[in-house]
Structures are given as C-alpha cells and as structure tokens.
Ligand binder design. Structure first.
Ligand code: 3H9
Length: 696
C-alpha cells in the first residue's frame, strides 16, 4: 500500500510510502483522498501527514506528464485536505518539492526537521506549480518572496522557511514521534482548522509596475522560456482575483505548460541526466574505490578550477606545479575565485576559508604518493602528458586512479604508457571547471570496472553530471563542436557577419554565439593547435583562414581587446568592428568566394544539423551510449538551451526524415562528404524508426 491510514489515540496518521521519492503518482493521490475521507469520518481530532523513506513527497510523478491525466488530480487531493473538518499537519523531512510542497501548503500546519528543504522547482521542468502553489504561497509570504521562490525554483532550508512563515515548528528527530507530539499540543490548545486559502495576500505596494519589472527581469534571466512569464501572471492573479478563480487560472496555465515543447524538452533532460549516470554492463556488485584525497597536476586555470570542485565537496586536494612561482600563481587564482564568490554573496567568508584550507600546494610528485585519485591537467601535448604519467606511475600508491583531463588526446595511448593501464581513465572537466556541471568520463580499452564506477559516483559527489564517453578525437562534446565551429567560419566567409551568426544562435537560446565564444576562449589557442598540424590535417582553408588572419593581426579575442568583435577596455562591452568585415571580405576574395546574403534560418540550420549529424555518427560508433547522453553533454557543457532539449532531442522533434532531407540538400548543394546523412540516421529513416526506438 502506497498510502496507509492508522489511528494513534486521538490522532489520525496518513503515511505515504512510494519509493524512491514518494512522487504523487495516481495510486498515491487516490490513497490520499481515501485516507482523508476515513480520517474525516472517525473520532480523531487531528490528522498527521508523513512520509516513509528518504524524503517527504518530492513532487508530482514527472513520468505521468505527457500522458492522459488520471483521476483524482492533485488539486482535487488538495481540496480534500482543505475540506477535512480537522486540522491536517504535514510533517516534512528530506525535500518537499513541487506538488509535494503544494500538498503541505494545503495542510493547516507544517512542521519539519531542521535538515528539511522545501521548494517549487517546477520552472526547471518548463512548468509552474499547478496545484495551488502560485495562489497559496503569496498568501503566506507575499508576492515578492513568492515570485523569487517560484521563478528561481530554488529550495529553502527549514530555518529560512520558518522565518518566512512557511513552517510553523522545526522538530528534532525522530520526526514521527515529535510530529505526533506537536499535533497533540495543537489539539490540546484547541488550534483548529487554518486554511492558507482564506488568508489575504499582503500585496501592499506591489502592483502593475512591480509585476512588469519582474517580467522584464525574467525575460533576461530566463531568456526564451515561457513558464517564468506565466508564473508572474499567476501570482498577479493571486492578488487580483478570489482564490477559486486564481486556482482555475493557474490550472489553465499549467495545462498549457505541460503540453509545451519546452516542458517536454526539460523533462527529457531531467530523465536523461539520471539515465546518463547508469553504465550498462557495469555490474551493481562492482564497488567504487574509496576517494578520500585527491591530487591534481597542473595549477593552471583548469587545474585550479578542478581543485575547487573537490574542495567544495569537502575533499582535500594537493595541487602540484613544476615550480613555486607557478604554484603561487595557481593558488592566487583560486583565492581570487573564492573572493569573487564571497563578494557575490554566494558563500560566506569563513566557508570560503574552510574550503581553501582543503587545498595544499606542492612542487614534488612525492606529495601525491598517498592520494586515491590524481588528475593530470597540464599542457595539451602527448609527450608532456606521458612524462607526467611516468611520474605518477612511479610515485602513486597501488590502486590510485590516474586520470587525465585531456580534451582531445588518445587516452588509450596514455594508458599504454604506464604499468597499470586498468587504473587510467579520462575525467574531462569543462571550463570554468568549478562552474560547469558537465564531466565526461572517458572509458579506455583497459580501464577496470571499479575505476569507471568510482569516476561516475565521484562525479555525482562533486555535484557534476557525469556522462560516459568513448575514446576518439574530442570525445562527445568537442568532436561535435568541431563541426559546429566549422559552420561558424563558413557562414562568415560566405556572407554572414559575426553579429548575425551569433544572434541566430543566441536567438535559438544558446548561451553565447560561436564567435563570441571563440573570443572568450582566445583565438590563439586553436591557432597554436592548427600550427602543429599538416596542411591535410588542417582541412579546408575556408574553415580557418579568417581565424588565422585575425590572430596574425594580434586580434586574439577578449584578452587582447579585439577578436571577431572589439571590446571596450573598461566595460568589456562587445562592439561590432568594421575591420573584421574587411578581413572577412579579403579572405573571401582570396578563396574565390562571392559573398551572398545568408538567412538567419540557414545559419541556424547549418549549425544545428552539423551537431546532429556528428551526433548520429558518435552514437553509431558507441562513443556515446545513448542520444540522451549527447543532449546532457550539450546542455551542461556547451550552453545549449535546456528548453530545446539538446541536439538529438531537437532532431527527434524535427523528425528524422526531415533532418535527413535537409542534410541531403546541403550535401547536394555543397558536395561536402560531411553533410552526407550519417549511416545510422539513414537506416532509422529507412526503417521508419525513431531515436527512442533505437535507444529503447
Ligand atoms: C510538480 O510537482 C507539478 C505540480 O506542481 C503540479 C501537478 C499537477 N517524478 O534525482 P535522483 C526519480 S512537477 C518521478 O537520482 P536524488 C528519479 O528519476 C515535479 N520520478 O535522487 C530517479 O529515478 P531512477 C516537481 C522522480 O536523491 C529517482 O527518483 N518536483 C521524481 O539525487 C531518484 O532521483 C521536482 O521537480 C518525480 N517527481 O534527488 C523534483 N523525482 O533512480 C524532482 C525523482 O530510476 N526531483 N524521481 O533514475 C528531484 O529534484 C530529485 O530527484 C530529489 C532527489 C531532490 C527529489
């Protein structure tokens, strides 16, 4: 039974037990309605609603969305709580989220463990709270705080929730015993039914202008997303309309959101992120190795960022550099990063100091002799990496995991250079490493199962989204990125401007356009990498001649004040630069290209299709295990808009036949082999299959 009802002296106790997170699936909703009816009829004086397992209800059952609705709905459950003639007391632990928190808001009183958190994260799924959250929350905490909580989707701990008036009593463990004692206390003092719906919203001084301000702010902060704007509409309605009308309005908005493509995309990402953590073929009995101390080789931007990831998770780190000067520079950079975090109010000073204390520096490999995992983050050169691995092989204790943060190099070759190839794995972090959520875990030919299991578990422990990738040039993300970056160059030389290209992609929702990203990363990085290649390896000159010309003019991107754009030395604001147009035109003439007008749609199509086609190749080769893994990589590592679901989800929404036809048209038009639809795509189209069929 997922919901049970029990009489404990004068109290009725409703217990939900629906692992893993007590989601509100149909059986739970029905069970709640039945239990409430029973409680309403018997001689109990109050009802306690509590959950078994690791958490109070964590929300509606997301897997039910997109399917025909099943009765009773959650608003009906909440109405049943409010119709109960006795006070209902919600006892919270773990995370009371979304519909779960809305259930608690429908109760008369709320008590919680100090460790509990509450929140309305629906916005992260392209939704709004659809069971009264947008109407009840403003009645309890006012419109401003309600808007902040609902549009950010962030959780609030018990202490803050109590200060806001969301929780009436913070309890010590054990929850059940103390929640029942609290309920008895309420009964003893005659505390009766107390419905949030009957409260007036304290909305003085909050009117049309304030709501308009929120809409503008969200249009920037949640660019392109529909749900945040709808949330503002709902909260505004809570102020202007009676409760029932507000509920009806909210319901209509929720239904529209749940049917939207944006929500389907975000739900896809929610499940894909969790699926990505599973490694097929890796037996559940494989125990991850224990990781209590970590070493990092290289205190550059990447090494420092990685060190912060571990320190932030409470894991001590030893950072090794070649000389004291480099080490001091690296540690200084880390200190500065923490100072910025503190100045932004995201961390307290003492907490930042605690974290920094976990990072120690050294110039001696012997100091990583006893670490459980070491990550090499040095210059991207096979020779240099092999030298580092030889040192690690010599100094690290048996059983230590030896990881490389290489972005492109053949990790099998690195593994083969040491005496313990089974301990070698790729851990590819993304810059800035302490911020970006993606972690590509690269599986080498000889890697041990428990090393892989450790890498995946550790990724989650340090707050990353780990995705398994196979060895190839660029793994999943960067291999696809090369195709995308090529299109940016070709669109530029064929007739686009940096502004047009970037805005076509930011218009789609990309965090930044490809050329602005290049300016940020520094044009000299890929220039240097190209210099090491043969003419043949470099490929079509049209795809790099502009970049080369800019670097040779000293335009290295943001760091030199100019790249594809010009940057204001003070504000770093980006400006168009006619000089770039001149360079582009000169290069086009040199390559014999007559520039033409490109439509924004063509630019967008070419960039996305380049990603998608390579994605199919990567899937076919087994470099990525599932289409969803590629989407998770792009959303968490490359600024792909989560509400578009990632490149493979985008392809699925477009329809594989349509994707194949557009690729074929580009192939015919250009004669370029890379536009030929990938064999897997062709096969799926021939067989009338979807990517989900293939993955399933
Ligand atoms: C909503 O409530 C709408 C209402 O306003 C209106 C309705 C009318 N449903 O994350 P984990 C699964 S919208 C179904 O790995 P953790 C998850 O897929 C919802 N399944 O654990 C995974 O399955 P598997 C608002 C769910 O400890 C397993 O549970 N609520 C749901 O790291 C464990 O999950 C949210 O958005 C769900 N709601 O984190 C909360 N939640 O093992 C979403 C989880 O097969 N959930 N699963 O891969 C979370 O944020 C985290 O799961 C939570 C636990 C913090 C609860």
């Amino acid at each position: 039974m997922v919901v049970s009802y029990q009489k404990v002296e004068e109290l009725g106790v409703i217990t939900i037990n629906n692992p893993p997170v007590n989601a509100l699936s149909q059986s739970v909703r029905q069970g709640l309605v039945d239990a409430l009816q029973q409680a309403g009829r018997d001689d109990t004086k109050a009802v306690v609603l509590i959950c078994e397992g690791r958490t109070f209800i964590a929300g509606a059952d997301i897997s039910e969305f997109g399917k025909p609705p099943l009765e009773p709905s959650l608003p009906e459950v909440n109405a049943a709580i409010e119709a109960c003639p006795k006070p209902v007391i919600a006892a919270l632990h773990g995370t009371a989220l979304g519909g779960g928190f809305e259930v608690a808001l429908s109760c008369d009183y709320r008590c919680a463990l100090a460790s509990a958190q509450v929140g309305l994260p629906e916005v992260n799924l392209g939704l709004l709270p659809g069971a009264g959250g947008t109407q009840r929350l403003p009645r309890l905490i006012g419109p401003e705080a309600a808007l902040e909580m609902i549009t950010s989707g962030q959780r609030v701990g018990s202490a803050k929730a109590s200060a806001l008036g969301l929780i009436d009593r913070i309890l010590a463990e054990p929850l059940a015993e103390n929640a029942l004692a609290y309920a008895r206390e309420l009964v003893a003092k005659g505390a009766g039914v107390r419905r949030v719906r009957d409260l007036q919203v304290a909305g003085e001084g909050f009117g049309e202008a304030e709501f308009a301000e929120w809409r503008t702010r969200l249009a920037k902060r949640k660019r392109g997303q529909k749900a945040p704007q709808r949330i503002v509409d709902c909260v505004e309605t809570a102020l202007s309309k009676p409760f029932e009308q507000g509920l009806a309005f909210e319901r209509a908005q929720f239904v529209e959101c749940v049917q939207s493509e944006q929500s389907a995309a975000l739900r896809h990402i929610f499940f894909a992120e969790r699926e990505a953590a599973r490694v097929p073929g890796l037996d559940k009995s494989v125990m991850p190795r224990s990781v209590a101390r970590v070493g990092i080789i290289g205190a550059g931007t990447m090494g420092g960022g990685i060190a912060m990831c571990f320190a932030n998770a409470g894991i001590p780190v030893t950072l090794v550099e070649q000389n004291q000067e480099g080490l001091d520079r690296g540690l200084g950079l880390i200190r500065k990063n923490y100072e910025i975090t503190v100045s932004k109010g995201k961390l307290t000073g003492p907490a930042a100091q605690e974290r920094q204390k976990l990072i120690s520096g050294s110039t001696d490999y012997a100091d990583v002799g006893d670490v459980d995992l070491v990550i090499e983050a040095v210059f991207e050169s096979m020779d240099v990496k092999k030298q580092v691995f030889a040192e690690l092989d010599e100094h690290c204790k048996p059983g230590a995991i030896l990881a490389t943060n290489t972005s492109y190099l053949d990790i099998n070759e690195i593994a083969a250079s040491v005496s313990r190839p089974a301990d070698v794995v790729g851990l590819h972090f993304f810059s800035p490493a302490n911020v970006m959520r993606l972690l590509e875990v690269v599986r080498t030919d000889q890697v041990a199962d428990d090393v892989l299991a450790t890498a995946m578990a550790l990724g989650k422990r340090i707050g990353k989204v780990p995705v398994l990738a196979g060895v190839c040039f660029g793994f999943i993300g960067n291999r696809m990125l090369r195709q995308y970056a090529r299109e940016a160059q070709l669109c530029l030389i064929e007739g686009g401007t940096p502004e047009q290209i970037d805005s076509a992609l930011t218009g789609f929702g990309m965090a930044m356009g490809p050329l602005a990203v290049s300016d940020l990363a520094g044009l000299d990085i890929s220039y240097k990498a190209r210099q090491a290649l043969t003419q043949e390896q470099k490929g079509d000159p049209r795809s790099y001649c502009i970049a080369d010309a800019l670097v040779e003019m000293g335009r290295l991107g943001q760091k030199s004040g100019a790249g594809y754009y010009r940057y204001d030395p003070k504000t770093r604001a980006r400006e168009s630069d006619p000089e770039v147009v001149a360079v582009v035109e000169a290069q086009a003439a040199q390559q014999g290209i007559t520039r033409r007008t490109l439509s924004d749609q063509e630019i967008l199509d070419r960039h996305l299709l380049a990603l998608v086609n390579e994605g199919f190749r990567i899937l076919e080769e087994g470099v990525a295990l599932r289409p969803g893994d590629i989407d998770v990589v792009y959303v968490n590592g490359y600024g792909f808009p989560s509400y578009q679901g990632g490149p493979m989800f985008y392809a699925s929404q477009l329809g594989l036949e349509q994707v194949s036809q557009r690729l074929e048209a580009l192939h015919q038009q250009t004669g370029e082999a890379y536009w030929q639809p990938a064999p897997l795509l062709q096969q799926l189209v021939r067989d009338g299959q979807t990517l989900a069929d293939w993955a399933g």
